[in-house]
Design a protein around this ligand. Structure first.
Ligand code: PNW
Length: 618
């Protein structure tokens, strides 16, 4: 079809080989090329159509492949009151690791252990956001977001993790942040725990000990009492999957425990779920009536497609991938108890290896009831998709072997600056629909979504605009077409920051941060006005009913933060000021061309052509 329609090759017909399974020369009857299966053991040689026969029939009937709505762009806006946000996390941006009485976290210790983090980068200074409150509020204003997702560092407010020792300087800092946000009319969405566990609690077993459940409950109670008048969106815990599996299974993230990869991640996950439930109940019982906020947990998940969509084994593998990823935590919280496949598989594999009981801990009936329903919305972090297929790992006792799945990427999915992240927007829509169907149609708050780059700095981050354009459009389809109740969207991240064990090399920011400059200046990338336009438009208003005010709002943004070095913009060496003007001009051109060419499906194509043209200009 491509050769015929796009390249003008005169293809006049097509013959599918073969109608029937038949004698395949040197391979005898082993190789079966037929659209119909032939039973060579039956003297009557009965013919049965395979799936491909039906499929080929449809292709012939349609005389090709009709453009499906799935791949086009959907024009439309989100509901009024949709929450537009961007996110950061305390350890990734604050720095000031020992300032004003802050305690040590497991990430302080981990990053100071040589060899744990790429380049031995650490968060001692990070983006220095502890000292740059006004600057960061300015960035948020520039983005025109209605909300900001931030996290509180537990050891900054409770240095030893307990309420016996309160660090008022740390508490004051968060009051200043929250007050500044509210003054700018930006609503805070506050995560209680984004991975920086007080080292003092790790020393008592961390997430492996149920002591942490009580400590976390007290910590949550303390935060609600101090900030609950001002904060109306709470997220208890960010990404239990990463906490448990990378922290206590693989050991690639703090606290770096990997000596029992068969069990410990399940134990850690178990305590994370219980801690979350306790925090939710404290809010529900003690604060909800008066403070009238909402509180939930943020789960991260890829979307898994079967490697071969027509092969039952691969379909089963994709389902198992979802059960072991999102389902691990979503089932107990949204349905009650772990899902059956996880319980059965881990139990069977544990017993087969001679253990007395399953490596997956059990919830008591009372615990199941207490955990079930501890959500006010479904907090979702999503980045990428995978193609799944079944693999038998023998009797190896670890998470991957329990799951029995390996993954590859579709080679048409564009790469990013992170090896685990390929750009696959369609999976986002499918995941949102899956959550709607699987977990009782909850309101879904997308708490993170974004893309990275690495290597030389290039402020013209076309890949990021492409990513946001397409992922947000898929979320709109999930909302408008599939009926998923998406209530808000959060871009990860406001600015380049410490990307955990990958250090500062993988950059997810809308704003570039120069980490070699003591001042840590922030500079907008091209995606800043791009995302701002989507935010202001509340989606993608149809140019056919335009013009729309929201698309021509590229009023030169507040002056960028100074940067001595010239930047590389569209292949030219420019000062930051010139570059920003250039970005705005380019973006305005983009908008004009989009409005003019209604139906253009990808801004990237347009912007690629434009930047190429500019690069070639003398
Ligand atoms: C999330 N992976 O973490 C976190 O919530 C953020 O703090 C982080 O910066 C962001 O996503 C980008 O990575 C993840 O290896 C870290 O699959 C690693 C993975 C996934 C999510």
């Amino acid at each position: 079809m491509t050769a015929y329609e796009l390249d003008g090759v005169k293809v006049k017909g097509y013959i599918a080989t073969s109608l029937l399974d038949s004698f395949e020369w040197l391979h005898g009857y082993i190789y079966a090329f037929g659209l119909h299966y032939v039973d060579f053991n039956d003297p009557n040689r009965p013919r049965t159509p395979k799936f491909s026969a039906h499929y080929y029939y449809q292709v012939m009937k349609n005389n090709g492949f009709p453009e499906t709505a799935e791949f086009g762009k959907l024009w439309g806006r989100f509901a009024e009151g949709f929450m537009w946000s961007t996110a950061t996390a305390s350890y990734q941006i604050e720095g000031a690791w020992r300032a004003d009485g802050k305690g040590i976290s497991i990430w302080d210790k981990f990053t100071h252990t040589p060899g744990k983090v790429l380049n031995n980068d650490n968060g001692d200074i990070a983006c220095d956001s502890y000292n740059k409150l006004e600057v960061d509020i300015g960035l948020l204003k520039q983005l025109k977001v209605t909300h900001y997702r931030m996290s509180i560092s537990w050891p900054r407010v409770l240095p030893d993790g307990t309420i016996n020792n309160i660090n008022e300087a740390g508490v004051d800092y968060y009051h200043r942040v929250i007050d500044a946000l509210l003054a700018a009319n930006i609503q805070p969405q506050v995560t209680l725990y984004h991975w920086d566990l007080p080292q003092a609690i790790e020393d008592q077993g961390g997430w492996l000990s149920d002591i942490v459940v009580d400590r976390f409950r007290d910590y949550a109670d303390f935060l609600f009492s101090r900030f609950g008048q001002k904060v109306k969106f709470w997220i208890t815990i960010n990404e239990p999957y990463i906490i448990a599996l990378l922290g206590y299974g693989y050991g690639s993230f703090a606290p770096g425990i990997s000596h029992d990869p068969g069990s410990l991640h399940y134990v850690a996950g178990h305590n994370v779920i219980k801690a979350h439930a306790e925090a939710w109940h404290v809010y529900n019982d003690k604060y909800r009536a008066e403070q009238k906020g909402r509180i939930s947990i943020t789960l991260n998940s890829d979307w898994a497609e079967p490697r071969n969509p027509y092969k039952q084994e691969d379909i089963d593998a994709a389902k198992r991938y979802m059960d072991f990823f999102l389902g691990w935590f979503a089932n107990p919280i949204f349905k009650g108890d772990y899902n059956e496949p996880m319980k059965r598989i881990i139990r069977e594999r544990s017993l087969a290896a001679g253990l007395e009981k399953s490596r997956l801990p059990e919830f008591t009936p009372a615990e199941i009831e207490r955990i079930k329903g501890t959500h006010d919305f479904f907090g979702l972090n999503h980045y990428t998709s995978v193609l799944a297929f079944s693999v038998d790992f023998g009797d190896t006792q670890n998470y991957d072997a329990d799951r029995g799945v390996a993954v590859i990427s579709d080679r048409t999915w564009l790469e990013s600056g992170s090896n685990w992240l390929r750009i696959a927007p369609l999976g986002f829509r499918k995941l949102l629909k899956y959550i709607k169907e699987e977990y009782g149609d909850p309101p879904i708050l997308v708490t993170e979504n974004g893309v990275s780059e690495n290597g030389p700095v290039d402020l013209n981050d076309e890949h990021r605009s492409f990513f946001y354009e397409n992922y947000i459009n898929e979320a709109l389809k999930a909302n408008m077409t599939d009926g998923a109740n998406v209530i808000g969207y959060t871009a990860w991240s406001l600015m380049d920051n410490l990307e955990w064990a990958s250090g500062y090399g993988e950059r997810f920011g809308l704003f570039y941060v120069n980490h070699t400059n003591a001042d840590r200046p922030r500079t907008p990338k091209a995606s800043v006005p791009f995302y701002t336009t989507i935010v202001r438009c509340n989606g993608f208003p149809d140019p056919a009913d335009g013009p729309h005010d929201c698309t021509n709002s590229l009023s030169s943004t507040s002056a960028p933060i100074s940067e001595e070095n010239p930047v590389n913009f569209l292949g030219m060496k420019l000062s930051i000021d010139e570059a920003v003007t250039g970005l705005n001009t380019t973006f305005a051109l983009l908008i004009v061309s989009v409005v003019a060419v209604a139906g253009v499906t990808s801004l990237l194509i347009v912007s690629r052509k434009r930047s190429k043209k500019r690069k070639n200009d003398p």
